[in-house]
Design a protein around this ligand. Structure first.
Ligand code: SAH
Length: 250
């Protein structure tokens, strides 16, 4: 059976997932450590991409070439952009775009040259099944993590959103930049640094791709305040819950 690839950008986001795998085996691909194993009887390849579009694209390419994966799923954190996309919510991407791609005036701003497109869709069926898993988790977040932590981080009734997620090689951490992005891309729910790159690689190879991000910050002047705590105490648990629930429902 071919494996499903699970990617994440930061160690803290993937640590719990690694512990859940059975029959662990570690493989080195360049400077990436990749872990293979099974979970709920499904073969899985787990890879830490590191941060940014280049790191994510090379990791996705290596996984596809080396393991012939059936699907690629990215899990991690993002900054909320659209109103109502709050810290503690989950965002399931239906499409991605690189907000910092600009080969104008030769090509329209944000269009990836020679692809004739700026938007890269995620796989509809995979995205639907992950949305269901995300909704199931947020119905009862206390099953997965300490509710006191959520209260301390001011998370109230977390929701699942589905829509456009934008990526760029910038950690967006000023209200000015966040507002400018919202004005330029009013449909964008969240911003992060890897998804659009992986979406483009999966588009090139015809491999189904989906991504779910927990909102760690609002991409504004306070974006860094609780970031480290959120990654440690919330994001990793949600990633674990999400992938475990999703594989269990397959
Ligand atoms: N301070 C961190 C760096 C994290 S970079 C460290 O020391 O490791 C931010 C990571 O979280 C990226 O992987 C990105 O995809 C995601 N992310 C979360 N909030 C973001 C935001 N406001 N802007 C861009 N990326 C964000």
């Amino acid at each position: 059976m071919k494996p499903v690839a699970i990617m994440g950008a930061m160690q803290e986001e993937l640590a719990g997932l690694k512990q859940a795998l059975q029959g662990l085996h570690t493989v080195k691909l360049g400077s990436r450590q990749v872990t293979t194993g099974t979970w709920h009887g499904h073969p899985v390849v787990l890879a830490l991409s590191h941060i940014g579009k280049v790191a994510a694209a090379t990791t996705a390419t290596a996984l596809i070439e080396r393991f012939d994966v059936t699907e690629v799923i990215f899990t991690g954190v993002a900054g909320g952009l659209a109103p109502g996309v709050n810290v503690g919510d989950m965002v399931v991407a239906t499409e991605f775009l690189q907000h910092d791609m600009d080969a104008s005036p030769l090509f329209p701003p944000m269009e990836v040259p020679l692809y004739g497109r700026a938007h890269f869709p995620t796989d509809v069926r995979l995205t639907q099944s992950l949305t269901k898993a995300a909704q199931d988790i947020l119905k009862n977040p206390g099953q997965w993590l300490d509710l006191d932590v959520l209260h301390e981080l001011h998370v109230q009734s977390p929701k699942v959103h589905a829509g456009l997620v934008v990526s760029g090689d910038r950690f967006v951490s000023t209200s000015g930049e966040s507002k400018a992005l919202q004005q330029r891309l009013p449909k964008a729910l969240a911003v992060e640094m890897e998804g659009a790159a992986v979406a483009q690689v999966c588009f090139d190879y015809g491999v189904p791709f989906a991504a779910v991000r927990t909102v760690s910050d609002r991409a504004d002047d306070s974006a860094t305040h609780d970031f480290a705590r959120f990654i440690h105490e919330v994001a990793g648990r949600y990633s674990l819950a999400l992938i475990g629930t999703w594989l269990g429902q397959r």
